[in-house]
Unconditional design. Sequence first.
Length: 291
Amino acid sequence: MVTKNAHTHTHVLQTFFHYIDSLNLTETVRNTGRPSLCRKAFLKSFFLKTYFRLDSLRKLVRYLREFPYFQHLCGFPTLPHLATFARVAAWFREEGYEEIHTETLHRLGLQHGMLAVIDSTALRSSLYDSQAAYGKSTRLHMFKGYKLHLYVSVEGVALTYAFVPANRHDSAIAPALLRTSEDLGLEVACVLGDAIYDSREIRETADSLGIQMLTAINKRNGVRKDGYGRVMSDFLQTAMGAAIFNLRNQIERLFHTLKDKGLECPRMFGYNRYHFHVQLVLLMHNIGYLL
């Protein structure tokens, strides 16, 4: 819950705001009847929304109206209409996130031939969310909501992601995530994953990208007669194999950290609204490595 002593968080927000000011976002938003506004001001307000865990743009506008100090901090001479916030949020979700995310990865200076991890986590949504779906997870068993499929470096930097309804199978999402890393110009040497990613399609996709998949063996596939099943099973029992594969736990810790930061919002409903929120959390997490 947001309280009136929120000014104590100003320093943290200003640190993020300084990063936004350094971005090359010069385009403005038409605000009918008023002077044009820079998208950076809206991006700052979106970060504020995420930081204070406001679950809708309507609550954000109400908060900025109640606390003019934050309105000034974001850079709004006058408060725009809710519809203007919604238009800029749509731009961020469809175009702005990728632009800023790519620049952030470039500034991080990720090493070539990196080790990465792939996994998914359940994100509960409102039971009234007609766009969500029922799915299963180890922690929640049957739940209604979405899944965040995340592709991260072993250091914890989010490289790319997929946000889908909970009934989509993990192995169906993985090939697209692997291809996205190539589009971003990332050179990944090896990807770690659990047994759900032990499939021929995923391995073939990885091979075409020059990536070595290192996964646990899926016992549901029966007796393995292929070379991967025989070699990988033996390799994971060696000291080196076990040490490398244990790095996969980094993504579990990352999911825990992100949920502490408000990634999961059981009261939120609507695919676009939840997707927008997930993008902001991931972007703020990556920017944190630069600050």
